[in-house]
Ligand binder design. Structure first.
Ligand SMILES: [Zn+2]
Ligand SMILES: [Zn+2]
Length: 370
């Protein structure tokens, strides 16, 4: 439980039966998100005290008589079933929920497990760094495919972030072919943390070619080479932006990339996106989930490039279905569990968050499975 910035404590709440319309999940795995360290340090404001953790999977422990015990596809659920969840709890009545339900990530009254639901009020625990967490009746539950482990399922959230960012660059409605994301299109992923690596793996699965990654940290560039990237550029070996621009152009007929996905979250990376993309290409800006400052930008560059710049904020719950389909279809192709380079017990959640903050791992995960 996060009581105050940098004060993460073990707390226990009195056990009680789930409310009539609620359920209880036994959390087995909860990944550390890149935003968790920002909440932990106080850089990202959240209600406190808070049970953090929003990248979780687990088995259903039980539920009240009025809980709708079916998954999103209508499959009846039983106690002990392994599930992934959509962490977004949208209100259903605001403008975005009514008129753009496929964009429930924009809900004006949104709640997210492990981020917005403090534990002062009952039923207290609505986050993934816990043995047991409460589930609201409107939660999107996904029963896991047979070949997707609970550990893999805890990657559903970062995969949803990455695949949704790529889908932003799909091209329905464009008047000509050859635009945006698709078979044979070149994709650059800037930043090879877990989301960047899984974004590249998904881009390859969508038929992109070449898929080019860029990062500074050797552990990450090595991991990316096992996840479908055709080329990984090391910022240690190519410290100048101009060198990386030339390297990408040499792999894209001298043009620059059709699609650039920015997953670093630092302003200079976005400036570089505008150099890496080809004229008429697409940039998906995902990395700046927290405020990391500003940058000078000459609007004329946007005009001259005739470029599409797309924001991608989190994802709608339906994207978890995409994640599980990808995990299941590519279970034998990509070593998904290897992305999780460091695991921690629930008691050591603070170390897990610190390891992620200090970039000592590719993916840190808290594992409660006995
Ligand atoms: Zn997250
Ligand atoms: Zn809403």
């Amino acid at each position: 439980m996060l009581r105050a910035p940098e004060k993460l404590e073990i707390a226990s709440f009195p056990g009680s039966a789930p409310p009539p319309d609620g359920a209880v999940l036994r959390v087995t795995h909860c990944g550390v998100c890149g935003t968790d360290p920002h909440m932990y340090t106080g850089h990202l404001a959240v209600p406190m005290p808070l049970v953090m953790g929003h990248e979780f999977a687990g088995v259903l422990e039980g539920w009240g008589p009025d809980f709708p015990a079916r998954d999103v596809y209508g499959v009846d659920l039983r106690p002990g079933d392994p599930v992934a969840i959509g962490t977004t709890l949208s209100c259903g009545t605001c403008y975005y929920c009514r008129f753009l339900p496929q964009r429930q990530n924009l809900c004006q009254n949104v709640n997210i497990y492990g981020i917005t639901l403090g534990c002062d009020e009952e039923p207290h625990v609505r986050g993934g760094y816990a043995d047991l967490t409460y589930l609201f009746p409107q939660t999107w539950l996904f029963k896991l495919p047979a070949n997707v482990s609970l550990k893999m399922a805890a990657l559903s959230d970062p995969i949803a972030c990455g695949t949704r960012a790529l889908e932003r660059a799909f091209s329905p409605g464009m008047p000509s072919a050859g635009e945006g994301m698709g078979l044979g299109r070149s994709v650059v992923v800037q930043g090879l943390g877990p989301i960047g690596i899984l974004t590249g793996a998904a881009a390859r699965a969508m038929g992109a070619q070449p898929v080019i990654g860029i990062d500074r940290i050797p552990m990450r560039t090595e991991m990316a080479s096992r996840f479908g990237f055709d080329e990984v550029l090391s910022m240690e070996e190519l410290p100048e932006v101009e060198d990386r621009v030339q390297a990408v152009r040499s792999m894209t007929r001298g043009l620059g990339a059709d699609v650039v996905v920015e997953v670093v979250g630092l302003p200079p990376a976005f400036a570089e996106s505008l150099r890496l993309v080809r004229k008429g290409g697409r940039i998906v800006e995902f990395g700046h989930f927290t405020d990391n400052g500003t940058m000078p930008l000459n609007p004329q560059h946007i005009v001259n490039l005739d470029v599409d710049i797309l924001g991608s904020y989190a994802y709608p719950n339906s994207q978890i279905g995409t994640s599980l389909a990808f995990l299941s279809r590519y279970a034998d192709v990509y070593p998904f569990e290897d992305v999780i380079t460091h695991t921690f017990s629930l008691d050591d959640t603070e170390q897990a968050i610190q390891a992620s903050r200090d970039k000592l791992c590719v993916k840190a995960m808290v594992v409660s499975e006995s």
